[in-house]
Ligand binder design. Structure first.
Ligand code: BES
Ligand code: ZN
Length: 877
């Protein structure tokens, strides 16, 4: 347990800051072992806040205070108090200037928050509360200041010196030192502060904004990675153009700098004018990055760029509003990627991920609303709920308003709140203002946790030619929220006739022309009935088209109906959804003891999908991908770890055998003909080709492993190489071992590829995975202080259901050891890993006992971080 009981921070306790900071000048004397930070703050009382006791309390953690002066007067120990978290000045005037100088130790910073060293490069991470590890400050997002920064360092060691905003000069100093000054004209909260110092090389380009501003674009990397920046640069320019077209948003500084670092807790960070990226989210070349990596890099680059407006120009009032910037920005990056590639396939991928991560979170002890009510450690709230569900809320608003009104609403939001720190209510108020709609019920989506369930039933009346659709909504209780209120849910649907055509959807009382197709119904009541008329035959409903709301739908489809939807629905998303439902149903029945009873229609549907020459290959691959094991587990009252694994493998084998000819043909047909292209079409073909190869292996086809070996050895591109390697390793035996050794020899010098080598072994299907993973902890390339390495080895293992949930508890014990090892080094990473243990209620009593015992022993550890404490305590509650 932490030595003092951690405090709970509540939204209800929000108060405006007593003081504001108009401007701050920071002067850094940079060095890895010891950096001095001199800060000059221009402070004044906030006229909009209540007067407190006259004291000023600044945040500060791990700082060594060397000097302090108020309006030029040096202060002495009677004037202030310092503790672990703050500096308090007992008496201050209404307006004054405060100077401090502190010392920090970047080389000892393994938490990667504040100022730290990564491969000899100095860099910062301040969101959410890292700035207080750099200097004393009002480290909260509703205090927005103008920053000017001076950086001084040894020229040979740190030739490149970067900070936020525009460069305003460099200077050579004595003793081989130099200085660079930066000025950011836009007031910003401290969490957007950044600096970088190091021996970096860059790729440069230019962008001309719609209004003619010339922007210099730089991507800074370690010299050996210069050839891996092209994709990120193209993505940046595309994102800049897209935000102008779609949202009317232009960039606002003279330079846009992106820096790639090797040690980073997250994917990337949107610091004003100086984005800092996990190298994994920037670097991409065909040899080293998979198609998925290419898509991810493009999405992250866009996401951080889009924050310049949704997050930076308009920021959050407090951290409970995190989804204001993150949810909205994820929606923006999802739409960007949808426009760049295949919209339908992107939607499927996003929904897959929402269901796998957010629905699971909502169903467990860490469930919380998109706008949480309280937290112990804000870093624990960068969650699938705040991000992915938050994005769904923005998407629903866009749907409810329609494209034109939604654009007017975002225009209003950006102009009304430019330069402000605001709330999700302010965001919704803009939607209300332009549309004249009352969205008060919609706002419950922000405050109410849990995944709503829609129970839907239809009745056809042949005499009246009418179809009645009854919709009941229900949200199961979540921790702290036993009773749920009805939500405002946009339900997009269609009704299919017996030929699979969309019928015109006329509600009773409606006149005029109505076109056939999708219609958006708005659900507001706990139970609601819709009467469709002029329906000439019993229709088949296609519900929640495009996944129009983050809900679960229950409708009693027959197998035949699902097969029909899979074949004919005009909505691509719902064709995929029908396939998923069908395979889920077969698999769950299999697990429940019915064994493999697979209707011939299932194989037929698979065959039809696989040989559909008009369909996009990427969509075919999605349709033929069975729901994954953990998602299947989520659908059961008690997760049957091994049975799910066996059923899923078994169904793959049968499908592979039944359709072996088609898979063989699919494998040949979708080979790359020319050189590697990261285009959506080429990626789709590779996805389908590798899916076919997987089925051929599952089928036990004699030559399948030979094909894998050939593909692995051909080294055409990382997508193909890794797909083959994974199959070889999963198959076990000498071929897998040889391929792993060859892969290591080929890639030992490339950290990001080596991460894949670790991850593949930790995700392996066969026996002995834990032993292998334990062995890899001792590999010279493993390091607990590199989050990418930890994620590739430890997090990958925890996501591998069979060995992680081994009935002897060995997987759980392994995780406890790692959490206790990591917590003192990097609490954020430790707390994230720990989440794998909190859903113990979903398992049998034996496993429940094992998982709880590990949580308890973690909670009993001395000096546990707030991060890990919060997860473990909630996990046990
Ligand atoms: N602002 C976040 C990064 C962040 C998160 C910093 C938590 C500190 C604590 C950034 O905009 C972000 O959301 N990054 C995502 C990637 C994005 C594509 C969703 C990430 O890092 O995973
Ligand atoms: Zn973000």
């Amino acid at each position: 347990m932490p030595s003092t009981a951690p405090t709970l921070i509540r939204l209800a306790d929000y108060r405006p800051p007593e003081f504001l900071i108009d401007a701050v000048a920071l002067s850094f004397r940079l060095a890895g072992a010891e950096t001095q930070v001199a800060a000059t703050l221009e402070l004044r009382r906030n006229p909009a806040a209540m007067r407190g006791d006259g004291a000023l309390r600044l945040d500060g953690e791990g700082l060594e205070l060397e000097w302090i002066a108020l309006d030029g007067q040096h202060l002495t120990a009677q004037d202030y108090a310092v503790d672990d978290e703050s500096l308090t000045l007992f008496q201050v005037p209404d307006q004054f200037c405060l100077e401090t100088r502190v010392c920090v130790h970047p080389d000892q910073n393994t938490a990667l928050e504040g100022l730290y060293l990564s491969n000899g490069m100095l860099c910062t991470q301040c969101e959410a509360q890292g700035f207080r590890r750099i200097t004393y400050f009002l480290d909260r997002p509703d205090v927005m200041a103008r920053f000017s920064v001076s950086l001084e360092a040894d020229r040979a060691q740190y030739p490149v010196l970067l900070a936020n905003g525009n460069p305003v000069g460099t200077e050579d100093l004595a003793d081989g030192r130099h200085r660079a000054c930066w000025d950011d004209p836009f007031p910003k909260p401290s969490y957007l502060f950044a600096l970088v110092a190091g021996d970096l090389s860059r790729v440069s380009d230019r962008f001309r904004t719609a209004s003619g501003r010339k922007v210099a674009l730089n991507i800074w990397v370690e010299p050996e990675n210069l050839d891996q920046c092209g994709h990120a640069m193209r993505a940046l320019k595309n994102a800049m153009g897209w935000d102008e077209d779609r949202y009317g948003r232009e960039y606002d500084l003279d330079v846009y700098n992106i820096v790639a670092v090797s040690h980073f807790n997250m994917g990337a960070m949107e610091n004003k004018g100086l984005n800092i990226f996990n190298a994994k989210a920037v670097l991409a070349s065909p040899d080293t990055a998979t198609d998925q990596d290419f898509q991810w890099v493009e999405g992250v680059i866009a996401h951080e760029y889009f924050h310049n407006w949704s997050g930076n120009r308009v920021t959050c009032r407090d951290w409970f509003q995190l989804s204001l910037k993150e949810g909205f920005t994820v929606f923006r990056d999802q739409e960007f990627s949808a426009d760049r590639g295949s919209r339908g396939v992107k939607r499927i991928a996003d929904v897959r991920m929402l269901r796998a991560r957010q629905f699971a979170e909502d169903a467990g002890p860490l469930a919380h609303p998109v706008r949480p009510e309280s937290y112990i450690e804000i870093n624990n709230f960068y969650t699938a709920t705040v991000y992915e569900k938050g994005a769904e809320l923005a998407r629903m608003l866009a749907h409810l308003l329609g494209p034109d009104l939604f654009r007017r609403a975002t225009d209003l939001y950006f102009s009304r709140h430019d330069g402000q720190a605001v709330t999700t209510d302010d965001f919704v108020a803009c939607m209300e203002a332009v549309s004249g709609r009352d969205l008060s019920q919609f706002k419950r989506w922000y405050s109410q946790a849990g995944t709503p369930e829609l129970e839907i039933a239809g009745t056809y009346d042949p005499a009246a030619q009418a179809y009645e659709l009854r919709v009941r909504q229900h949200t199961p209780p979540t921790p702290g929220q036993p009773h749920k209120e009805a939500l405002h849910i946009p339900l997009a649907l269609g009704l299919l006739d017996h030929q699979g055509r969309d019928l015109p959807l006329r509600l009773v009382g409606e006149t005029g022309v109505i076109r056939a197709g999708t219609r958006l119904l708005e659900i507001r009541e706990p139970e609601q009935v819709f009467h469709f008329i002029d329906i000439p035959e019993p229709p088949l409903p296609s519900l929640l088209r495009g996944f129009s709301a983050p809900v679960k739908v229950r409708f009693d489809y027959s197998e035949a109906e699902l097969l029909f939807l899979m074949a004919y629905d005009s909505d691509g998303f719902n064709r995929w959804e029908a396939a998923q439902n069908l395979s889920q149903r077969l698999l769950l029945a299999w697990v429940a003891g019915a064994g493999p009873s697979i209707p011939a229609g299932f194989y037929e549907a698979g065959r039809r999908a696989l040989t559909d020459t008009r369909a996009e290959p990427a969509l075919i691959a999605e349709i033929l991908t069975l729901p994954n094991e953990s998602y299947l587990g989520d659908q059961m009252t008690q997760v049957a770890v091994e049975a799910i694994h066996q059923a899923r493998e078994g169904l793959m084998t049968r499908l592979g055998q039944e359709l072996s000819g088609e898979f063989r043909a699919g494998y040949e047909l979708n080979q790359d003909r020319g050189p590697y292209e990261p285009s959506p079409e080429a990626m789709g073909r590779r996805a389908l080709k590798n899916l076919c190869l997987g089925y051929l292996v599952a089928a036990g086809e004699a030559e399948a492993l030979g094909l894998c070996r050939d593909q692995f050895e051909a080294r055409h591109n990382m997508t193909d190489q890794i797909a083959a390697l994974r199959l070889l390793v999963d198959a076990g035996g000498a071929a897998g071992e040889e391929a792993l050794a060859a892969f290591y020899d080929q890639w030992a010098g490339d950290a990001l590829v080596l991460d894949k080598w670790f991850a593949i072994q930790a995700s392996a299907k066969g026996p002995g995975t834990l032993e292998r993973v334990r062995g890899l902890l001792g590999h010279p390339a493993y390091s607990p202080t590199n989050p990418n390495r930890v994620r590739s080895l430890v997090a990958s293992f925890c996501a591998n259901p069979v060995p992680f949930h081994a009935a002897d508890g060995s997987g759980y014990a392994f995780l406890r050891e790692r959490v206790l090892e990591l917590d003192p080094l990097n609490p954020q990473i430790a707390a994230r890993l720990l989440q794998s243990l909190v859903r113990w209620r979903r398992y049998d009593t034996h496993r429940q006992g094992l998982m709880r015992a590990e949580l308890e022993s973690i909670l009993a550890a001395e000096k546990l971080s707030k991060d890990a404490y919060e997860v473990a305590a909630k996990g046990l509650a």
